[in-house]
Design a protein around this ligand. Sequence first.
Ligand SMILES: [Zn+2]
Length: 219
Amino acid sequence: MQEINLEEVVSRVMARLLGGTDDGIPVEMSARHVHLSKKDALELFGSELTPVRELSQPGQYLCSERVRLIGPKGVMDNVAVLGPSRDESQVEISLTDARTLGIKVPIRQSGDIGGTPGIILSSATKIIGLERGVIVAGRHIHMSPEDAERLNVEDRQLVSVNMEGKRPAVFRDVLVRVHPDFRLALHIDADEANGCGCDGSTRCRILGPETEASCRLPS
Ligand SMILES: [Zn+2]
């Protein structure tokens, strides 16, 4: 006979009924930033990247180095560089930034840079051209396998979330990303965060199938 941990089942059901442990998902805005390959970092700065601060996802950090983005219509200075180095450089900007720079940029998940446009990057002394790698990052939720089980979702699933900011909104097509190293957080860009009045304390909640259906317009 299969043994059931009654205490655990009861506490999980009670938590769900009372909403006691569910205080929503923290919302984090990703400002425009750059990931550099080792080769590109060396070319721009003459050395490897210098970590200054840990970011919310374990292993990710802000570097002291900054770059300038140069597009056909405009430039953006003082753009953050995040570490560690990647196999290929990637630039993550908002759709507003893309317009300012004068580049047509697709919405992609991080790492999916096939067929994306390039850009020119410069440091104080050097300039390099990327042939590809500029994206507007698709919104996504990082979570651990335990959070995924609690929230009843799976890795790579698309969900809708209710944004509980100053200007409430529903975001659809939010990608769930599950990994033991991930810390629970919704990642959106500056356009999305400002659009719904988010600040550091904003939370969101995943909508169940019924609520989600009622948010869609009849086809
Ligand atoms: Zn993220």
